[in-house]
Design a protein around this ligand. Structure first.
Ligand code: FAD
Ligand code: DLZ
Ligand code: SF4
Length: 507
């Protein structure tokens, strides 16, 4: 009897475990654009368009390869509106009772599939370099789950950038060379752009009609939407940007949104690129003498290390992880996260860019929007909802550990050994944002003081009990203690006054 084979919008890989398990001659592939997936959070319209266009092209390719694909478009009559609903509809249509699926990347959808009145064979998602069992074995019994040690295991496992048993160049990590401030000129014209073809145009029109009022600009749309385009985008990055990626990895500029970043996360996260293929391409660039070790190691660590590690954490920690709130932060997310209307230039730039591109790079996410939310004490569930909505690469397995764990310290320190907080000095060092800001980064107090300067001490002071014993933070508390009492009082009073203005007037 025919079985149904589910392929989700972020499972667009030939190597998908469900496809490998299926029989072309008898099984039927189910793919569906459904309202439940488009509305469980109100995604950026570029994200919906990217997924639908890539789904439609992947379905056409599977058909070309001889598969029977039952594809439901969002506006098709009879669309059941949910993934389980569509599977049930197709099961009835062909008389199937069994579904083969690859484990989805969100607990929510795993639970929905498990609840269906159909026999379900849920296969592990093998489109990662490590398995969950490997991660769990590594994590078991450890006091702290530091990414760096997991990353070394992954280097040993794959042999990537290894010289026998030793790391290439003698060091595992070259980050100390990767923190150069923003350069004046960027010799990279940005990620590869693709002109929308007919499939993409159809989808853009649909998304415009249905989701045109959501946060973010749908057009211009220039992402690649198939494997060939994703591979071209990767090559473009390796040739033109990778050599400088390391040096300026943490830098931010008013007039350059991408610097030397790869913009490959959208493609990796839906399966148009394979993580090992990306790491090998970067490794080749080092051995060919095209890119230096600090750049190649830094880039590979993001994928072989961070990406694999956060996925391990998400599935190890369980479905309640996105609701954690270790610091008991309760403030509402300020409205300017939806409008970009704030006089803080760094936030205004990062948010406006996010609305227009559905993209911001790691340091903008961590040290601008994330840093501010943490310093201001915003409820991490609201911060998580924002990141899941606004970025084209956002799926809970990767977004939640980054937001809840790395950025908001809401998991109590599973991912981060100390909170990622900084005053304005860090943003000033790594960007040119402060030069065109209404606030003065040099001012620690007073009417023009940079709000990050005020909130930084407010955060440390209100969480003193939790953090003063952390030996990575003792020097910071010693600095605070050396400040005279009046000055401390002024900082805290002004920070409090600023927090009271948040949400009531433009800041
Ligand atoms: P590059 O800087 O060029 O890095 C190359 C690749 O490394 C990325 O494409 C990505 O696949 C991987 N990578 C880098 N850092 C991380 C990381 N911390 N975790 C996982 N993979 C990483 N990344 C997502 O893919 N989806 C998300 O929803 C997401 N949410 C985030 C939320 C917050 C609060 C923070 C601080 C980071 C988040 N990240 C997320 C990680 C990172 O910001 C993005 O992966 C990166 O900006 C993607 O752009 P890029 O391809 O140009 O990356
Ligand atoms: C994100 C997304 C969106 C917007 N729409 C669909 C869809 O209509 N059909 C589909 O199969 N997948 C979609 N996705 C991706 C899923 O939300 C994703 O598979 C889960 O969140 C698990 O990662
Ligand atoms: Fe941001 Fe402060 Fe710099 Fe303004 S002065 S851009 S608020 S860090």
């Amino acid at each position: 009897m025919s079985r149904l084979v589910l392929v989700l919008g972020d499972q667009l890989s030939d190597t998908l475990s469900a496809l490998r398990e299926a029989e072309k001659a008898s099984d039927v592939i189910v793919m569906a654009e459904v309202s439940d997936e488009t509305t469980y959070v109100q995604h950026h319209p570029k994200k919906i368009a990217f997924i639908f266009a890539a789904m439609r092209k992947f379905a056409a390719r599977l058909r070309g390869d001889g598969w029977d694909v039952r594809y439901t478009r969002l506006d098709d009559e009879g669309n059941a509106g949910s993934i389980p609903g569509e599977l049930l509809r197709r099961a009835e249509e062909i008389g199937a009772t069994e579904v083969i699926a690859t484990q989805p990347g969100e607990w929510r959808l795993i639970a929905a599939l498990e609840d269906m009145p159909l026999r379900l064979a849920m296969k592990p998602d093998t489109r990662f370099i490590s398995t969950q069992a490997e991660f769990d074995r590594w994590a078991e019994g450890r006091k702290a789950l530091r990414m760096e040690y997991f990353y070394r295991e992954m280097r040993r496992k794959t042999g990537i950038l290894m010289d026998g048993d030793e790391p290439e160049g003698g060091k595992w990590n070259y980050d100390a060379e990767n923190r150069k401030p923003a350069p004046k000129d960027i010799a990279f014209s940005g990620p590869m752009q693709f002109t929308p073809d007919d499939t993409v145009e159809d989808v853009l029109n649909l998304v415009e009609a249905r989701f045109g009022n959501s946060f973010g600009a749908l057009r211009p749309f220039s992402f690649g939407t198939d494997q060939g385009q994703a591979r071209r985008a990767l090559s473009h990055f390796i040739i033109y940007a990778l050599p400088r990626f390391g040096d300026y990895q943490d830098a931010m500029l008013n007039d350059n949104r991408f610097l030397y970043h790869a913009l490959v996360s959208p493609y990796l996260n839906v399966g148009l690129l394979d993580p090992l293929e990306v790491c090998r391409a970067a490794e080749d660039a080092y051995y060919d003498g095209h890119a230096p070790l600090n750049a190649v190691e830094g880039f590979i660590r993001q994928i072989l290390g961070w990406r694999e590690y956060v996925r391990g954490i998400y599935f190890r920690e369980g479905p309640d992880y996105p609701r954690r709130n270790a610091l008991n932060h309760q403030r509402a997310l300020p409205d300017f996260y939806w409008t970009g209307e704030t006089e803080m230039n760094c936030l205004s730039k990062a948010i406006t860019q996010t609305a227009e591109e559905a993209y911001a790079h790691h340091i903008q996410r961590l040290m601008v929007t994330g840093n501010f939310a943490l310093l201001a004490g915003v409820n991490p569930a609201e911060v998580h909802d924002w990141y899941l909505r606004v970025y084209i690469d956002a799926y809970e397995w990767v977004e939640a550990p980054n937001t809840i764990g790395m950025s908001q310290f809401a998991d109590g320190g599973i991912i981060a050994s100390k909170p990622y907080v900084s005053s304005g000095a860090y943003i000033n060092r790594m960007s040119d944002y402060c030069k065109s800001c209404r606030y003065r980064v040099q001012d620690k107090t007073g009417p023009d003081a940079c709000p990050f300067n005020l909130l930084y001490w407010h955060f440390l002071d209100r969480h003193r009990q939790r953090f003063e014993g952390n030996n990575r933070m003792s020097r910071i508390y010693a600095n605070w203690d050396r400040m005279d009492a009046d000055r401390k009082e002024t900082v805290l009073t002004e920070a409090q006054a600023f927090l009271e203005k948040l949400g009531r007037e433009k800041v």
